[in-house]
Design a binder for this molecule. Structure first.
Ligand SMILES: [Fe+2]
Length: 228
């Protein structure tokens, strides 16, 4: 197998090679982020195909999905693994992750379209996202596709601090944010995809959370005491 030194930067083979190497680095640091990236890669490429992209372009977007959260590798453990809401300062630090990833990918010689999709995957259609507050079609199309796949997985995946939501609920949430968070034409393609593929959801490969504790017996519930 060729090493990165033997490959020509700018070729698709080179890009695949560096993306897989960087994805491996994500996996070494944080398996949850890696698994998220892996699912987003698949969701984004399926969505791109439904939207009308060629198989080749959709595959390139999958590579962007695989490393879209690479910048989280540079977050401090206290932020990356925090199980409660981030403070304002921590959130500001976390919001650097798309720029960090884009800088690394650019330095490695990744194609501009891939770098741009990663850099702008947290922009919103209404301009309220980050890092550059781009709006509407200013946001590269790859990033607009990636955003929908990213949010869908964030809602439907189980995390240490939250349980998974049904894909039907995620679908409703995404539809509700049409034109604000998401590009309407991309939401329409995503809804078509979900409606025609009942098994769209990729199961998590990470072991599930332990079962919830049994609910308190009725005599211990607050509403019982409230009635008195
Ligand atoms: Fe992200």
């Amino acid at each position: 197998m060729a090493t990165v030194r033997q490959l020509d930067p700018g070729t698709r083979r080179y890009t695949r090679h560096i993306v897989f190497e960087l994805a491996h680095i994500i996996r070494e640091r944080d398996i949850i982020t890696y698994e998220h990236c892996r699912r987003v890669a698949v969701y984004a490429s399926r969505l791109a195909r439904e939207y009308g992209w060629s198989r080749r372009a959709a595959h390139d977007l999958a590579l962007a999905g695989l490393v879209h959260d690479l910048g989280k590798n540079w977050m401090h453990n206290d932020i990356l693994f925090k199980e409660s809401a981030l403070s304002n300062d921590e959130r500001a630090e976390m919001e650097r992750h798309p720029s960090i990833a884009a800088n690394i990918l650019h330095t490695y010689g990744a194609p501009k379209t891939l770098v741009q999709a990663v850099l702008h995957h947290h922009e919103r259609y209404d301009g309220l996202g980050y890092p550059d507050h781009l709006a509407g079609e200013e946001i590269p199309l790859g990033a607009r596709l990636l955003t929908v796949a990213d949010v869908f997985d964030a809602i439907t995946a189980e995390r240490p601090y939250k349980r998974a939501m049904e894909s039907i609920t995620a679908r409703d949430r995404i539809v509700a944010a049409t034109g604000t968070h998401f590009d309407p034409a991309i939401v329409a393609a995503f809804v078509r995809l979900l409606d025609t593929h009942p098994n769209f959801l990729i199961p998590s490969r990470i072991s599930p959370l332990p079962p919830r504790p049994a609910p308190h017996p009725v005599w211990m519930r607050h509403d019982h005491f409230d009635e008195e």
